[in-house]
Every structure is written in structure tokens, then in C-alpha cells.
Design a protein around this ligand. Structure first.
Ligand SMILES: Nc1ncnc2c1ncn2[C@@H]1O[C@H](COP(=O)(O)OP(=O)(O)OP(=O)(O)O)[C@@H](O)[C@H]1O
Ligand SMILES: [Mg+2]
Length: 263
């Protein structure tokens, strides 16, 4: 299987009034086509910075990011992004919000085709019947579902998600994990998911990368061997409990480094 995302020796520091702040240090990540890579690590270690580099919104000081065999030099239409806050436009209906990227990246697509594509996705995530509602008429979980549809409506190769379910309650979050899993079966994107939720990383990830404290490097890679098909109940099996313990231990090690730096 070829790697759709390759992060090779990426090192980056922000310029600050107090001097350079090293954030990423010789980071290497490879994500095969169609796979889901979950990234966990201490707060402030550089995870969101990593998403901006993959999306081409900034360039690393050293190293390279490759997507689909091409060196990333700037933002690309083949990338979709979803964040903790759904950021839907209140003056547009849910359907119009989902269609928005198509208006920008596929101006020649007919209006009927755009609507059909958006309706197909909204039905997939359980929002059939809510197409004409305004964002404020939906619950937080429903808004995040709509935001996911908008992120993938233009069929991106790569979906980057930065704590997309972080603001949701535990039960809604589990529903969204299952929705995400269903979307994956139908839509062929390769995904990088930043999360603070270890259960989420094991449920959705094919691999989980634990980043060290800042400046972040790859501290540990867990190849997820999820028991059975991806049912939520699988999270309560001894196999998953063991993976969660391993990740918990690795996060503690990573946090230790952050505390040492701060001391
Ligand atoms: N534009 C910037 N200029 C200077 N420093 C920055 C900038 N953006 C982020 N930082 C700093 O870089 C470090 C990494 O930030 P980043 O947002 O990537 O961390 P994170 O792992 O996503 O954190 P969290 O888990 O809290 O979301 C932090 O110390 C942050 O203060
Ligand atoms: Mg962040």
C-alpha cells in the first residue's frame, strides 16, 4: 500500500519576541492510502501546528510534507478540514453550508449535482430533513455532522480533523465516532485525527501516534488491532483495555517531558 501522507523529518519553530520556540523536532509520520491516523500528545506539544503544515497553511523550517506523491508547497483543494468548532454560516441553510466548498472548488458543477451531493452526505450522517434549517436550529452534535459533510463534500484525498468531537458530550461523541466509521466505508479519504480522547483514537485509528512533549517528535506508534468489526462495545474488551493502558502510559511519559521543561 502506498503512503498517501508522508511527513519527513519535519522541524519547526515559531518566531516569538523571546526568540524561537521549537515546536516540532524531526517528526516522521506515514499514513497509507485510506487509513486513519490518530495523533495524541500533551496539550501545547504542536498537534495543531502539524495540521497546519499538512494542510499547506505554513511551511516547516526543515523537512517535507508529501501528499499523494506531491510535495506540499501551499494550500490544496484536495484537503478537507474539520475543527472543534463547526463554524457554520448562520445566514445559510445547512444544505447551503455543505455546498459552499463546491461553489469554490467546482464552479462548473451544476446546481442540481451540488445539491444531490450535499443531500447524499447529509442523509449518510442522519441529517435528512434538516437541509433547510439554519445552524442555530440544530444541536451541537448535528452541527458537527453538518460540518463533517462540508469538509468532505468536494471528495478530498485527505481529511484533517483537529479535535472535532472535543466539545460534545460523551454519548453524542460515541454516535459521531460511529458516523465517522460509516462515512469511511463510503468515502475514500485518508485521515489525520488530532484528539485528546484515547478511546476515540483506538476506535477510529488504524494507527495511533503519541507525540512527545514540545518540541514534538514521534514517541510511540500503536498499530490498532481492534477486536471484531468496529462496534463501540469492542472498547470494553481486554484487547482494547490493554491498548488504552499502553497509550495512557505513553502520554504520562510525554507529559513528564513537558513538566521537566517548565520546571
Ligand atoms: N502562531 C504562533 N506563534 C507563536 N507561537 C505559537 C503559534 N501557534 C502556536 N504557538 C505555540 O506553539 C506551541 C504548540 O501549539 P499548538 O497549537 O500546535 O499545540 P497543540 O498540541 O495543538 O495544543 P492543544 O492540545 O492545546 O490544542 C504552543 O506553545 C503555542 O503557544
Ligand atoms: Mg491544538
Amino acid at each position: 500500500m502506498t503512503n498517501l501522507i508522508e511527513i519527513k523529518g519535519v522541524t519547526h519553530a515559531y518566531k516569538t519576541p523571546l526568540g524561537p520556540l521549537p515546536v516540532l523536532n524531526n517528526l516522521n509520520i506515514a499514513v497509507p492510502e485510506g487509513e486513519f491516523c490518530a495523533v495524541v500528545g500533551p496539550s501545547g506539544c504542536g498537534k495543531s501546528t502539524l495540521t497546519r503544515l499538512i494542510a499547506g497553511l505554513m511551511k516547516p523550517d526543515r523537512g517535507e510534507v508529501w501528499l499523494h506523491g506531491e510535495l506540499v508547497k501551499g494550500p490544496r483543494k484536495t484537503v478537507g478540514m474539520a475543527f472543534q468548532n463547526p463554524v457554520l454560516l448562520e445566514w445559510r441553510s445547512i444544505l447551503q453550508n455543505v455546498i459552499l466548498p463546491l461553489e469554490i472548488v467546482a464552479p462548473s458543477m451544476s446546481k442540481a449535482d451540488r445539491v444531490a451531493r450535499a443531500e447524499e452526505l447529509l442523509a449518510l450522517v442522519g441529517l435528512e430533513g434538516f437541509e433547510d434549517k439554519r445552524p442555530s436550529a440544530l444541536s451541537g452534535g448535528m452541527r458537527q455532522r453538518a460540518s463533517l459533510c462540508r469538509a468532505i463534500v468536494h471528495k478530498p484525498d485527505v481529511l484533517i480533523m483537529d479535535e472535532p468531537f472535543g466539545a460534545l458530550d460523551a454519548f453524542t461523541r460515541e454516535d459521531l465516532w460511529q458516523t465517522m466509521h460509516e462515512l469511511r466505508k463510503k468515502e475514500p479519504f485518508t485521515c489525520v485525527l488530532i484528539t485528546h480522547d484515547l478511546r476515540e483514537s483506538v476506535y477510529l485509528g488504524d494507527q495511533v501516534i503519541v507525540l512527545s512533549g514540545r518540541p514534538a517528535t514521534t514517541q510511540y506508534v500503536l498499530d490498532v488491532d481492534y477486536p471484531g468489526s468496529r462496534e463501540i462495545d469492542g472498547l470494553y474488551t481486554p484487547e482494547c483495555t490493554e491498548m488504552l493502558h499502553t497509550l495512557r502510559d505513553q502520554i504520562r511519559i510525554a507529559q513528564g517531558r513537558v513538566q521537566e521543561e517548565a520546571a
